[in-house]
Design a protein around this ligand. Structure first.
Ligand SMILES: Cc1cc2nc3c(=O)[nH]c(=O)nc-3n(C[C@H](O)[C@H](O)[C@H](O)COP(=O)(O)OP(=O)(O)OC[C@H]3O[C@@H](n4cnc5c(N)ncnc54)[C@H](O)[C@@H]3O)c2cc1C
Length: 98
């Protein structure tokens, strides 16, 4: 595997990336997320964040000391997968090739 593309830059996507690195995958990792934000914790949004006891910075799911060596394509939607061509199509006409 030369490239792994993960669609969805939230909890599941981050967990997939962490898992790949933990298991020794050393290749290119691309995370595609249609939101503009790096992974954040959603449950506090309707609780502590709403109540004002937790700030935006505390919602981040990544830790300061982790280096996942991933390319984050944010604000970009995955629109299709061409399995035969090993290509993920993205909004705006971009592609990620495996
Ligand atoms: C306000 C709120 C409160 C919550 N409270 C609780 C709670 O108290 N307890 C609990 O257990 N759970 C709670 N949840 C649910 C919990 O946050 C989710 O279970 C968790 O976020 C799921 O993570 P996920 O990565 O699977 O999916 P998501 O967090 O939904 O992330 C999926 C990501 O993929 C992106 N995406 C989807 N399709 C594409 C595409 N084609 N291209 C690019 N990007 C794409 C989406 O924009 C999104 O950012 C809450 C959720 C919210 C919103």
């Amino acid at each position: 595997m030369r490239t792994v593309a993960v669609v969805g830059a939230s909890l599941a996507g981050l967990s997939a990336v962490r898992s790949l690195r933990k298991r020794g995958y050393d290749g290119r990792l691309v995370v595609v997320g249609d939101e503009l934000h790096r992974p954040y914790d959603r449950p506090p949004l309707s609780k502590e964040f709403l109540a004002g006891t937790v700030g935006e910075a505390e919602l981040a799911l990544e830790t300061d000391d982790e280096d996942l060596r991933a390319e984050w394509l944010l604000g970009v939607r995955a629109t299709g997968l061409d399995h035969a061509a090993r290509t993920l199509r993205l909004s705006g006409g971009r592609e990620v090739q495996a």
